[in-house]
Design a binder for this molecule. Structure first.
Ligand code: EPU
Length: 325
């Protein structure tokens, strides 16, 4: 009797998903986008990867909370998707609820009286820089070329041109997986190179940013131009996920890979960029398996030529690199 009533794992998973969908859909406002088996590849800068079992773009905090609570009740995996710039989505997709704060309600840019600015988690860094220029706020220029939004940049403590996202953060508003909203001051948070401990589980809703100084818009524009020129000259234009490995302490992953003679190395349509060796570019129809194969090849070659273990910076969506490398 018990053998007959026990369903295979796959069915149990599917039953939990249908139960979740039936419970949460009626609670969401019409402005929230909620779909099944949404393809994630086109939402990433690498342009690779399969579908999300369930995908949602909540229009506000209440809808987001309902999604988190109903998923939590059924112990369903929840993954955040930002601008899709620092991650690799597996070819088979993810058996999870993928949440994207892409709705315009998360794109707030609200200058505050004392020169600070309140921004929403869904605001793109490029737009943040443009709006800051108009408002005469200096200190955000280094973020201009990072293809991310505020939420992702906080989660990863994104950086470029010698600056880190948390350099300009005063406080972060976040929501826990249990749906509790709170504000944390930067000093209470544990932030490191490409890492913010508090945003491992909790989700950033927005932040108050404090620019370094205020200046004339033409000076800011000049600094932006310098950064843009450096980026265009030193980084590839083809689809990529940004730098694929973290820089080892005191060293440069790009230089190590270059010196190991790997520029131009390929697996399928995935190629070590000939412009900057710490980028894997998608030359056409690369798959996630191609990219993972190339990551393995690079790590093995750099280990044998240089004695250094490179650690991926790009997140492997829904999985852990250590389990597959
Ligand atoms: N180099 C080479 N060969 C290469 C690439 C680089 O010899 O193919 C050398 C360069 O000549 C330079 C050194 O390596 O002497 C460092 O290169 P670069 O100035 O390009 O900086 P990076 O350390 O490779 C970091 C960030 C980038 C960020 C740039 C610019 C990491 C892993 N990378 O790159 O961030 O845009 O600085 O500020 O921290 C990212 O995190 O996704 C990313 C792109």
């Amino acid at each position: 009797m018990s053998a007959v009533s026990k369903l295979p794992d796959l069915d149990v998973g599917e039953a939990r998903w249908s139960d979740f969908i039936a419970a949460v859909r009626p609670q969401l406002t019409p402005a929230t986008r909620f779909t099944e088996r949404e393809l994630l590849g086109p939402k990433t800068t690498m342009r690779v990867g399969g579908p999300a079992r369930v995908y949602a773009e909540p229009a506000g905090t209440e809808d987001l909370r309902q999604l988190l609570l109903e998923a939590g009740r059924r112990q369903l995996p929840v993954l955040m998707l930002g601008r899709g710039s620092n991650l690799l989505v597996p070819d088979e997709g993810v058996d999870g609820l993928v949440i994207n704060l892409g709705h315009e309600n998360w794109q707030k840019f609200e200058p505050l009286a004392d020169g600070r600015v309140r921004v929403g988690a869904g605001l793109r860094l490029k737009n943040l820089c443009g709006l800051a220029i108009k408002a005469g706020l200096q200190g955000f220029e280094f973020l201009e070329g990072i293809p991310g939004n505020v939420g992702g940049a906080l989660r990863m403590n994104a950086g470029a041109m010698g600056g880190w996202m948390f350099d300009v953060v005063e406080e972060v508003e976040l929501i826990s997986r249990q749906g509790e909203v709170r504000v944390m001051k930067k000093a209470e948070m544990h932030v490191d190179y490409r890492h913010c401990a508090e945003l491992h589980d909790a989700i950033a809703l927005g932040a108050v940013l404090k620019p370094a100084a205020s200046a004339d818009a033409t000076d800011i524009r000049r600094q932006l131009d310098v950064y843009q020129k450096k980026r265009v000259e030193s980084q590839p234009r083809e689809p990529s996920a940004g730098c694929i490995f973290k820089n080892p302490p005191g060293n440069s992953a790009g230089r190590l890979i270059d010196e190991a003679g790997l520029k131009g190395e390929r697996v399928g349509d995935a190629e070590v960029s000939t412009v900057h060796a710490n980028f894997i570019v998608n030359c056409g129809h690369a798959t996630s398996a191609d990219i993972i194969g190339l990551v393995r090849k690079i790590r093995a070659r750099v280990k044998s030529a240089k004695g250094v273990d490179l650690e991926p910076e790009v997140l492997l969506y829904g999985k852990e690199w250590k389990d597959i490398l």
